[in-house]
Ligand binder design. Structure first.
Ligand SMILES: Nc1ncnc2c1ncn2[C@@H]1O[C@H](COP(=O)(O)OP(=O)(O)O)[C@@H](O)[C@H]1O
Ligand SMILES: O=C(O)[C@@H](O)C(=O)COP(=O)(O)O
Length: 422
């Protein structure tokens, strides 16, 4: 394995796996697998890039660090020479972590400083300018992310936000340096490293900027960022003749289907609303889950009875509804119970013969995929930017793990249809 990725959630893992497997137009990418958790066995020798999907975005920082270091050890044992720490393009984290503590721990383990930290994903409207993160032209703190149920993002100044999470100072490679090219970026990172900065926010507003950063990071043992930071990384290995490149292979999957949505992000709320207009829909009421007044078996039975009609179960709710329930039971407790609920629904669906599953929400997807326990997944075609189809080893199931804010309004139907197509 050449390139190893440690992702802090499962949708983020499939987002970056998609970028690496796709590579650049006309050239293709690396042969990529997504591992669900740190594997307990060696990776198949045919794999060139391995993405270890963790669920560490919202766990205590010490736990995130320990799991990430275990993932690093496994990836190094597979021969990886470059490691990427993948976090969210909206920098989802709290003042305590986990981007800073995990980034610094990986850097210390690899003995490096002056490491790129860039969440930019211009295709999805995430850009970084003078260290400030914008989402579709709005400051992060005014983009809706300030209402996120688990990691409300209230400060768009990434250096200041990350600085609260880090022991060392956080540097900046501003846009005017990125525009000078890869050599200038490398020099700026070295200058930052010599000042003692471990993580260095890098500006990027376009894919061209991300390609400059990718070239600058060609020999870097550690890179951190959103999936955009991986845009040029496959090409580095292909340019050095270490990988051949090529398109992704996909074996279509047909059969019983369902959609589970636990994301409360704006894009998912819109997708739920549109899909519910023409398909059977079960609204999972958070308070009913907390009181045990609705069971996963009930929801699974509803969905299994309606396969062929693209049935949906969702708990997605607007911010005021979430605040009220969180005030009643506590933020972590509600999240964990709803995630666990959807995980149990997914297990029951699988037992009932489900073959196509769409899940909306990072934490929700992580809980579901962990419960389904696939080990490793292959990367298929991209449905919408940042969301590929994933299949298990024997193509018995196709999955789409959708980041909360990703996908067009008709994403759910499109995902199920794309899974069937060669
Ligand atoms: N109705 C609800 N009330 C409160 N919390 C909810 C509700 N529905 C889902 N959640 C929780 O909100 C969180 C959404 O996070 P996630 O699944 O990562 O979505 P996203 O990708 O949009 O961030 C999960 O922990 C989920 O369990
Ligand atoms: O980088 C991104 O935006 C995504 O890959 C991602 O991690 C999104 O997280 P969720 O919205 O929690 O799914």
């Amino acid at each position: 394995m050449l390139l190893g990725i440690i992702a802090d959630d499962f949708t983020g893992a499939s987002d970056i796996a998609n970028t690496i497997a796709k590579g650049l137009p006309g050239q293709g990418g690396l042969r990529t697998a997504q591992f669900l958790g740190v594997p307990d066995r060696p990776a198949p020798s045919s794999i060139e890039a391995g993405v270890v999907a963790l669920k560490t975005r919202s766990v205590p920082a010490a736990e995130a660090v320990a799991q990430s270091l275990r993932a690093l050890e496994w990836l190094q044992a597979q021969g990886c020479r470059q490691i990427v720490f993948k976090y969210c393009s909206t920098f989802d984290s709290t003042p305590e972590g986990n981007i800073g503590p995990v980034g610094e721990a990986l850097a210390a383990a690899l003995g490096v400083r002056g490491i790129i930290a860039c969440p930019a994903f211009p295709t999805m409207g995430r850009t970084v300018h003078q260290g400030h993160l914008f989402v579709r032209g709005r400051l992060l703190s005014e983009s809706g992310m300030e209402n996120h149920p688990l990691t409300p993002m209230t400060d768009p100044d990434l250096r200041r936000w990350l600085g609260r999470q880090c022991k060392s100072a956080v540097g900046l490679v501003p846009a005017e340096v990125v525009r000078l090219g890869a050599g200038a970026v490398r020099a700026a990172l070295e200058a930052s490293a010599s000042r003692g900065d471990v993580l260095v926010i890098a500006d990027a507003a376009t894919d061209a900027d991300l390609l400059v950063l990718g070239t600058a990071a060609a020999e870097a043992p550690l890179v951190t960022g959103g999936s955009g930071i991986a845009l040029g990384l496959s090409a580095n290995f292909i340019a050095r003749g270490e990988a051949k490149g090529g398109e992704v292979d996909y074996v279509p999957v047909d059969g019983p289907e369902a959609i589970l949505a636990g994301s409360c992000s704006g894009a998912t709320l819109g997708q739920v609303e549109l899909h519910a207009q023409a398909h059977p829909t079960f609204r999972v009421d958070a308070d009913a889950v907390m009181r045990g007044a609705v069971t996963p078996a009930e929801v699974a039975a509803f969905l299994l009875d309606r396969t062929g009609e693209a049935p949906l179960a969702y708990s997605s709710s607007p911010p005021e509804v979430i605040s009220a329930i969180q005030a009643l039971y506590g933020r972590e407790t509600v999240s964990q119970r709803i995630e666990g609920f959807f995980a149990d629904v997914a297990v029951a669906l699988r037992k009932g013969g489900l073959r196509r599953l769409v899940v909306a929400g990072g934490e929700t997807s992580s809980a579901v995929a962990q419960a389904l326990d696939f080990g490793a997944l292959a990367i298929g075609p991209e449905i919408d930017p940042g969301v590929p189809i994933l299949t298990d080893a024997d193509h018995s199931i196709a999955l789409a793990l959708k980041s909360g804010n990703f996908g067009a309004p008709d994403f759910f139907g499109k995902a199920l249809r794309t899974m069937e197509q060669p």
